[in-house]
Design a protein around this ligand. Structure first.
Ligand SMILES: Cc1ncc(COP(=O)(O)O)c(C=O)c1O
Length: 500
């Protein structure tokens, strides 16, 4: 993509909306034309608008690949047996070739298949909001915008990648997908995508979330998938954990081992991951491309971009098109928000580590807390992962992204403040981004400065009400990872190759 490709597209979106600046003449003064004229007049006043919407025809046609612009190349993923970079053949038992190609691609843009665009159009483009009421509630001088991904059928950003993953697998002849899920958002998204595209789906759901979120289980079943709590008795990895820790709350690392084992053992089945991998982050860039055009509609450009980070996909999806501008010289503060109970970016090591607890995946260069680290059972289940996407890890190393960690009572207080002003009840994961936004706005106010802040509201919290109940009852524990436990967990990566 050319130097100004994204901006050009944002402008193309604007000029396509030529009606905004030069409304066509309306003839008769019947009620409908009066309404239409009113709509056009309101649309000209970007300064007072709340929602910035794009047409279906303005859906991005490509995913944006940040690898083409990164100042430092990614280090290779290694085969744990040989220590050599993995090749397509190593990955073929788990993924379709098209996704393997995307995983290693350095092309700036990858075309989104028409069939995927058709399904995206069920909920995309998603709205961008100006948070007028939140700004008033906290009395900030800053302008706050948020991109809302909770309008998708499963309620989060996750189907942005679930749909293309299901599509490519079906195209290459797989009939079944196996996956893990933390809070249940990813499991819901993949079961939704498999249902629409016509694949079977098996979901290993982290036990603590399986118990905390029964409604997510039902949603996954409603879309026809099979679901079991992880660790389960159905795989060797699950049985090994249960024999040592019969009460294990589970973790994403354990559930990934189970799903990988399931997929590796059956020809008809591929593995599908909801975050971390390059192709997953790539698919999520529809979020940031739309937001880029919508900020143009609002007549604004963010000087702070914020998202929560589990494996990193929603954060990357919003942030990467803006990080690209930062690489090109624009000043933007890009902030990743994580839980203090699982502080991968703020306290983890940049190292080669396994993506799962059972050591079935290749070695990935990333910030990690160690593959056998089991985070405390905080309510933001989707952020309980020991690693972070290599793309984000490298950009943190290069100083293009910074990170902060928060404890859960503070995060829930911000979620309730947000719900009370903007109305939307956020997922506990997304509430980390809200909390980060409030910290940035507060610091700016204290310094007598004004910021334009854009954050990703990655999902709604309608299936997380037990977490809110616990918060209101004062039952949430503020867990910050203990230094001794961190040292213990990091011992698991001793002896593994070290990145350059
Ligand atoms: C609503 C929501 N936001 C964020 C996340 C974190 O995942 P990622 O960092 O890949 O966006 C999850 C994961 O389950 C989620 O459900």
């Amino acid at each position: 993509m050319s130097g100004c490709g994204l901006r050009a597209r944002a402008f193309a979106a604007l000029s396509h909306k030529g009606g905004i600046s030069t409304p066509p003449k309306l003839s008769a003064l019947n009620p409908l034309t009066l309404y239409a004229r009113g709509v056009q007049q309101v649309r000209t006043r970007a300064g007072s608008r709340t929602k910035f919407l794009l047409e279906e025809s303005e859906l991005p046609r490509h995913w944006y690949n940040i690898r083409s612009d990164m100042p430092t190349a990614l280090q290779p993923v290694l085969h744990p047996g040989t220590g050599q970079p993995v090749g397509p053949d190593d990955l073929a038992p788990l993924f379709p070739m098209e996704l393997i190609g995307q995983e290693v691609s350095e092309e700036a843009e990858i075309a989104i298949p028409e069939e995927v665009l058709e399904i995206y159009s069920l909920w995309r483009p998603t709205p961008l909001y100006r948070a007028w009421r939140l700004e008033a509630a906290i009395g900030t001088r800053s302008r706050i915008f948020y991109k809302y991904e909770g309008v998708s059928p499963p309620g989060s950003h996750k189907p942005n990648t679930a749909v293309p993953q299901a599509f490519y697998n079906k195209k290459e002849g797989r009939t079944r997908l196996a996956t893990e899920t933390g809070a249940g958002q990813w499991g819901s998204a993949l079961s939704f995508a498999c249902k629409l595209i016509g694949l079977e789906c098996k979901v290993y759901m982290v036990r603590v979330s399986y118990e905390q979120k029964p409604a997510r289980r039902s949603m996954i079943k409603a879309w026809g998938a099979e679901i079991v709590p992880s660790p389960s008795e159905q795989t060797q990895s699950g049985r090994a954990i249960l024999s040592e820790h019969p009460d294990s709350p589970g973790s994403l690392g354990i559930a990934i081992s189970e799903a990988v084992e399931d997929a590796a053992g059956r020809d008809d089945t591929a593995y599908s991951l909801g975050s971390v991998l390059n192709h997953v982050l790539l698919h999520q860039t529809v979020i940031g491309q739309e937001a880029f055009a919508q900020m143009e509609l609002a007549g604004a450009f963010p000087d702070v971009v914020i998202g929560c980070v589990g494996g990193g996909s929603n954060f990357a999806g919003l942030a990467f098109p803006f990080v690209r501008e930062k690489i090109a010289g624009r000043e933007i503060d890009v902030l990743a928000c994580e839980p203090a109970a699982c502080p991968t970016l703020t306290r983890g090591l940049f190292a080669y580590d396994f993506g799962d607890t059972g050591k079935l995946t290749p070695l990935v260069p990333m910030h990690t807390l160690g593959h056998d680290f089991v985070p405390a059972p905080i309510h933001a289940g989707g952020l309980r992962y020991h690693g972070v996407a290599p793309l984000i890890s490298q950009l943190v190393r290069d100083g293009l992204i910074r990170a902060e960690a928060y404890t859960q009572n503070d995060v829930f207080a911000s979620a309730v403040l947000f719900a009370g002003s903007e109305g939307i009840l956020p997922a506990p994961e997304a509430a980390h981004a809200i909390h980060g936004t409030l910290q940035v706005a507060k610091a700016a106010d204290e310094a007598g400065e004004e910021r334009t802040i854009l954050f990703n509201l990655s999902g709604h919290g309608h299936f997380d009400m037990a977490a809110y109940d616990n918060y209101f009852a004062g039952k949430l524990e503020d867990v910050a990872l203990d230094e001794d436990e961190m040292e213990r967990a990091l011992r698991a990566i001793e002896g593994l190759p070290t990145p350059a």
